[in-house]
Design a protein around this ligand. Structure first.
Ligand code: MN
Length: 316
């Protein structure tokens, strides 16, 4: 039987200027059977430490995604040729409780484990990656990680709290969710609380590539090394939009100067082609700090590029 593919709507059906936007004008579906990949929103911001507002990230990313066209002119990827993709809506988090929200997210992604689909998540603050990794580890065991971010997010606690958007990868290590020799962090910079801030992850086996190490150069050679290190095993991509310089992505809660360019962001995601990606997220978009919409526009494009490097994608 011919496989039924979901595809972006076109022409006058496009909710370009109003109405209800889904990611890339894809159909909204609740039936997960038959999906190869799914966009999921998590409107979470109760884990933020400085400026709040990431709860509006998924909504704005969807709104700015409506102009994205199906074919990738740069890489030749035609993701909708072979993959059935849909927007499956938002995780119904509890905006009054971060801890309850974390449990809700873990339950939601654990339910996704029953299907072969690859989740691509629209955030939301970075706390959300912990429960996603908890769910994913139930299916895949400890996974490799490519983590793009201005920060390492390996604090032991924030204001005494063990669960927050800056503690995600410390908890993930403690809980055995990561394959520690297959973790790469890219784009970290600015000030820490101590000189040790970047060292903790390295002591666990992480490779840390600071923003300064990325300045003034293409990241294609770096990504060749990353693919070599990550190998064939399952790997998760977590992309914090604040990894990109605020010149390109001001709409985020904890911006840091001296960041990656949007071009380097594309190189990182495109450099994931060939990896066994089992999930990805784009987090920390806070639209209120960017009246142009550029941050969400970039986020939507990075999510599209993630779709374009998933296993099974056709190239023309
Ligand atoms: Mn982060």
């Amino acid at each position: 039987m011919e496989k039924q593919l979901h595809q972006p709507q076109s022409g006058n059906d496009m909710p370009r200027f109003g109405g209800r936007a889904t990611m890339m004008r894809l159909p909204f579906v609740e039936e997960l059977e038959g999906l190869d990949a799914a966009f999921v929103g998590i409107p979470l911001d109760v884990g933020t430490s400085q400026r709040a507002g990431t709860r509006y990230g998924p909504r704005q990313i969807r709104a700015e995604s409506v102009m994205i066209r199906p074919y990738n002119m740069a890489t030749g990827a035609a993701p909708f040729d072979a993959l059935s993709v849909a927007d499956i809506g938002d995780v119904p988090i509890n905006t009054y409780s971060l801890l309850k929200s974390v449990d809700i997210i873990e339950d939601y992604y654990t339910r996704l484990n029953d299907y072969p689909l690859i989740p691509l998540t629209l955030g939301g603050d970075h706390t959300l990656t912990l429960p996603i990794l908890r769910a994913i580890a139930k299916k895949h065991g400890p996974v490799g990680l490519i983590h793009v971010d201005a920060h390492t997010d390996t604090n032991d606690n924030m204001f005494g709290e063990k669960i927050a958007h800056g503690t995600t990868f410390r908890r993930a290590v403690e809980e055995g969710l990561l394959d520690l020799n297959r973790v790469v962090q890219i784009g970290q910079r600015a000030q820490g609380y101590s000189a040790d801030d970047f060292k903790w992850g390295e002591r666990q086996g992480f490779r840390l590539v600071t923003a300064e190490q990325c300045w003034h150069k293409s990241l294609e050679p770096l990504m060749a090394e990353v693919r070599e290190q990550i190998g064939d095993g399952p790997v998760y991509l977590s992309f914090d939009i604040d990894g990109i310089d605020p010149a390109w992505a001001p709409g985020t809660g904890t911006p840091e100067v001296g960041g990656l360019t949007s071009i380097q962001g594309l190189e990182i995601v495109r450099g994931c082609k060939g990896l066994n990606l089992i999930g990805a997220d784009l987090v920390e978009v806070a639209p209120a700090y960017d009246i142009s919409g550029n941050t969400s526009q970039l986020a939507a494009n990075l999510l599209y590029e993630m779709l374009c490097v998933l296993p099974g994608v056709n190239y023309r």
